[in-house]
Design a protein around this ligand. Structure first.
Ligand SMILES: Cc1cc2nc3c(=O)[nH]c(=O)nc-3n(C[C@H](O)[C@H](O)[C@H](O)COP(=O)(O)OP(=O)(O)OC[C@H]3O[C@@H](n4cnc5c(N)ncnc54)[C@H](O)[C@@H]3O)c2cc1C
Length: 506
């Protein structure tokens, strides 16, 4: 018998839980007696993962959609701009670096500059100004521009704990989300294998029409109660451990990087994320290739004097995702759905995308739930494959000689889909048409930046007749150089901009 969907129960109060609650409640105007009832259950005994400080530019839209002002995000979450990623020593391990900026190359969609740049490894330098803006430590906008706007595309770096708190407050005060504090002890199933209710340790039973599992790595509802299997991908992406530290600035006026710095190590990489009040620094590595002691030594070596007195927090994870993400009346979002290493900050982006899909496609009644679930699963499965391929692309072209890096180059560890992409790109490089599906996460520009940054040069000579636009290409490259000079003169230093802006926004 068909029943109306009226009550959404979200379990878990980390970034995934509160962001999902906000997106669903904002869309469905959750209010007493109107729209959907949105309820979030979180445990006061089980901590959140407490990391996850890098976001994707999608967050700008999400903040606007749920009604959080950018200046509030910055002041409450010690947030800063993130203009992309800087990948240090991923190619040779001798001081080399390249950028994956968020702004697409100049002329993107009209003329592919790759066949015309002087050196393929400097593709991002010649085709895009953002490399230079990041290197100079500048903000992506001036005081003359408004919130959520900028001369360069950007996302945010933010304090994960403070972000969940801001979302929680916003959900409760402005979006009519009900918070229940309690630890789920038992999940009661319906006869057809869906979820009837959750039972809290204190005894309270909470029924619902749709359950959103945001219980993090525990995957309490979808994984444990409904038994949806986990599909590992650690044969492709080897990292399974992280050591995370919070590093104070030596001086409160220290400059703040406006990009994530990812520095390759002998068996993994170190992330370095600047916030206004501290940096978040951590080492992601493979326990098969590196001991915890050696990873700590890498981290201490990276931080030098600044590591003194700091204790890292160790986090272990299984790389992969659930075989299905929505089963019966339960959908998993965030780490309950899956997790792979945080190399391109895809986790929170997937939370945003999942929550938006659920909100926009919220089944009106139980009759169509299975159709919505099937479509959601198809999309999410595709996206996970694309993420896994894209992350692997960062490793498989390295010239580094350590066993970990060489194992990444072994074709047996490279998904067939990525091998096929590479076979095509050998002759012409990635083009927009390779990524024309509406559900793609990364544009061709992202693949170009990484592929060329890693030194992969397509054989453009083979069909030289296709590349006869040298004059136009040089004009764009020169225009980029001119724009770069203008921006270097007009954009303010990153910290200075944030401090001035927030003092006037109050
Ligand atoms: C080392 C590392 C670095 C990362 N960096 C990034 C990054 O830069 N960018 C990015 O996008 N992502 C990153 N991530 C991923 C990101 O941290 C997560 O995707 C994000 O924080 C969402 O987590 P979550 O809400 O799914 O889980 P959690 O934060 O673990 O929250 C789980 C919630 O479930 C609750 N819960 C669990 N069991 C129960 C129960 N029985 N009853 C009631 N409640 C329960 C807990 O109390 C908690 O509130 C990183 C992850 C790791 C491990």
């Amino acid at each position: 018998m068909s029943e109306q969907i009226k009550k959404i129960v979200i379990v878990g109060g980390g970034t995934a839980g509160w962001l999902s609650a906000a997106v669903i409640a904002a869309q469905h105007k959750s209010a007493p007696g109107q729209g959907l009832e949105v309820l979030l259950v979180e445990s006061s005994d089980i901590p959140t993962i407490g990391v996850g400080e890098g976001t994707w530019p999608t967050m700008k839209n999400t903040m606007q959609q749920i009604g959080i002002k950018e200046s509030d995000l910055f002041s409450r979450c010690h947030a800063v701009f993130k203009q992309g990623g800087k990948f240090v020593e991923w190619v040779h391990g001798n001081g080399d670096f390249y950028y994956h900026p968020f702004t697409v190359p100049l002329g993107y969609g009209r003329l592919d500059l790759a066949p015309y740049v002087s050196n393929i490894e400097s593709y991002a330098v010649e085709s895009n100004f953002q490399h230079h803006i990041c290197e100079a430590g500048l903000a992506p906008r001036t005081m003359a521009e408004r919130e959520f706007n900028g001369q360069c595309n950007y996302a945010y770096h933010l304090d994960a704990g403070a972000f969940a708190e801001l979302l929680k407050e916003h959900c409760k005060n402005n979006l009519n989300v009900t918070q229940i504090i309690g630890t789920v002890d038992k999940v009661n199933l319906t006869e057809d294998g869906g979820i009837k209710s959750i039972q809290l340790q204190a005894g309270e039973e909470i029924a619902g029409d749709l359950f959103v599992d945001c219980t993090g790595l525990a995957s309490l509802l979808l994984g444990k109660a409904l038994g949806v299997p986990f599909k590992q991908c650690n044969d492709v992406l080897f990292n399974d451990t992280a050591l995370a530290m919070q590093v104070p600035y030596p001086d409160p006026a220290s400059p703040i990087a406006s990009h994530t710095i990812a520095t390759a190590q002998n068996a993994g990489w170190i992330w370095d994320i600047g916030l206004t009040h501290r940096r978040g620094v951590g080492h992601v590595y493979s326990s098969e290739y590196l001991s915890d002691d050696d990873a700590l030594a890498n981290l201490q070596n990276y931080l030098g004097e600044q590591a003194k007195g700091l204790e890292p927090r160790k986090i272990t994870f299984d790389s992969g995702h659930r075989e299905r993400f929505w089963h019966k009346n339960c959908v998993a979002v965030g780490m309950a759905a899956g997790f792979v290493e945080p190399l391109e900050a895809t986790a929170i982006m997937l939370v945003e995308i999942s929550a938006r899909y659920i909100a926009e496609n919220m089944p009106a009644d139980t009759d169509i739930m299975a159709i919505t679930a099937k479509r959601f699963n198809q999309q999410m499965d595709y996206r996970w494959q694309r993420i896994i391929d894209f992350l692997k692309l960062h490793y498989m072209l390295t010239k580094r000689s350590e066993p970990y890096w060489q194992a990444h180059c072994n074709p047996d560890t490279i998904p067939e889909s990525l091998q096929e992409d590479l076979a095509i790109w050998k002759t012409r490089g990635p083009v927009s048409g390779d990524f024309d599906s509406a559900i793609e996460l990364f544009p061709a520009a992202s693949y170009q930046y990484v592929l060329y940054g890693m030194g992969f040069k397509p054989d453009f000579e083979k069909r030289q007749y296709l590349y006869q636009q040298s004059e136009q290409a040089q004009q764009i490259i020169q225009r980029n150089a001119k724009l770069t000079q203008q921006m270097l003169q007009t954009l303010p230093p990153h910290r200075e901009y944030i401090e001035t802006w927030l003092s006037t926004a109050r």
